[in-house]
Design a protein around this ligand. Structure first.
Ligand code: NAD
Ligand code: IPM
Ligand code: MN
Length: 355
């Protein structure tokens, strides 16, 4: 087991710096508790990088990212750049592409402490435990774009190989879970979705222990709210995964609860970030929910650093803090980012005895 790691921190814009600072405090205490050494480097991305370095991500930052063991990112995006020629978000897309981070894992779980925070009925969300596997480096995000005054287009392209590799990630995850993959597409309209469906069926043949079914994305959006417990692993393309994961955040009750891991080929650094954005409406108020970023740091220990023990320690700290009622306003609470962070730090440091 390795015990020393280089982490690149990319706080970004809006609430990004607030939630990354919180996660760093938890990583520090977890590192101390488990006896590992973390060395951090911090760089700019997004609107902050446009302002200070003239571009949303510099080549040097991309190089440092590739040379790190893992990257923890806050969020990018700022209203100041909504009409500008260069958008902060393009820095994040470039980073994902240059790491070849094609598989984005977005777990959605509803722990008992959050039953009251969901806008849905308790019996609908109780026990929800699903994993959204979102393809992250293809589709309309990266196809050719035409942007004119009178006409615009975003080309959606998928190759067999791109679908195969992300499908394998989903099937392998399902093998370690409830053994079920639901592939979500729009095969009644889109050619890329018809290829997607047939490649997923081919890959399914390699995993006889996993049941697969296919549903259309519009129906998936409905079932996610009507009966979320029917899902184990959801496998879907880039754009559908983006939309469905924001919808799924309402199962635990807030965008501030969903972490993510973006992974490429084995041996390459993973990128870990909350599912939410820079939340300009609440930035710099000290009230941002840090749980999603803290849980992303836990995913980093599990998926990139080979330390599931440390991941478990952080996750335990989070669940004890939630059980003890430490909630930011988005969860109906009154605690600040700092108070929640202090609680998670305390219970992560306390170790196994507490949960
Ligand atoms: P958002 O996720 O930033 O915010 C949506 C709503 O959820 C807001 O009301 C916000 O206050 C709330 N929210 C989000 N995270 C929260 C948290 N941790 N704690 C408490 N409340 C939270 O989405 P948006 O408003 O549509 O986008 C804002 C900007 O963020 C845009 O520029 C967008 O492109 C960018 N964005 C970035 C990422 C990313 O960096 N990965 C993801 C999504 C959106
Ligand atoms: C996300 C975000 C990004 C995406 C944006 C900021 C480019 O919404 O990570 O979900 O669409 O992938
Ligand atoms: Mn999104």
């Amino acid at each position: 087991m390795r015990d020393s790691f280089n982490i690149l921190l990319l706080p970004g814009d809006g609430i990004g710096p607030e939630v990354v600072e919180a996660a760093r405090a938890v990583m520090d205490v977890a590192a101390e508790h488990f006896g590992v050494e973390l060395s951090y480097e911090e760089r700019k991305i997004g609107g902050t990088a446009i302002r200070e370095e003239g571009e949303p991500i510099s080549d040097e930052t991309l190089e440092r990212a590739k040379a790190s063991d893992a990257i923890l990112l806050g969020a990018v995006g700022h209203p100041d750049f909504d009409r500008g020629p260069v958008r902060p978000e393009s820095g994040l897309l470039k980073l994902r592409k240059s790491l070849n981070a094609f598989a984005n894992l977005r777990p959605v779980t509803v722990v008992p402490a959050l039953l009251e925070t969901s806008t849905l009925k308790k019996e609908v969300v109780e026990g929800v435990d699903m994993l959204i596997v979102r393809e992250l480096t293809g589709g309309a995000y990266f196809g050719e774009k035409v942007e004119g005054e009178e006409e615009a287009s975003d080309l959606t392209v998928y190759t067999r190989e791109e679908i195969e590799r992300v499908a394998r990630v989903a099937f392998e995850a399902a093998e370690g879970r409830k053994g079920r993959v639901t592939s979500v597409d729009k095969a009644n309209v889109m050619a890329t979705s018809r290829l997607w469906r047939s490649v997923v069926d081919d890959v399914a043949g390699e995993y006889p222990g996993v049941r697969v079914d296919h549903i259309l994305v519009d129906a998936a959006a409905m079932f996610l709210i009507r009966d979320p417990k029917r899902f184990d692993v959801i496998l879907t393309e880039n754009l559908f995964g983006d939309i469905l994961s924001d919808e799924a955040s309402m199962l635990p009750g807030s965008m501030g609860m969903l972490p993510s891991a973006s992974l490429g080929e084995p041996g390459t650094p993973g990128l870990f970030e909350p599912v939410h954005g820079s939340a300009p409406d609440i930035a710099e108020q000290g009230t941002a929910n840090p749980y999603a970023t803290i849980l992303s740091a836990a995913m980093m220990f599990r998926h990139a650093l080979g330390r599931p023990d440390i991941a478990g320690g952080i996750e335990r700290g989070v669940s004890v803090a939630l059980e003890a009622g430490f909630r930011t306003p988005d969860l109906g609470g009154e605690k600040s980012t700092e108070e929640v962070t202090r609680a998670v730090v305390k219970w992560t440091a306390a170790g196994e005895g507490v949960a």
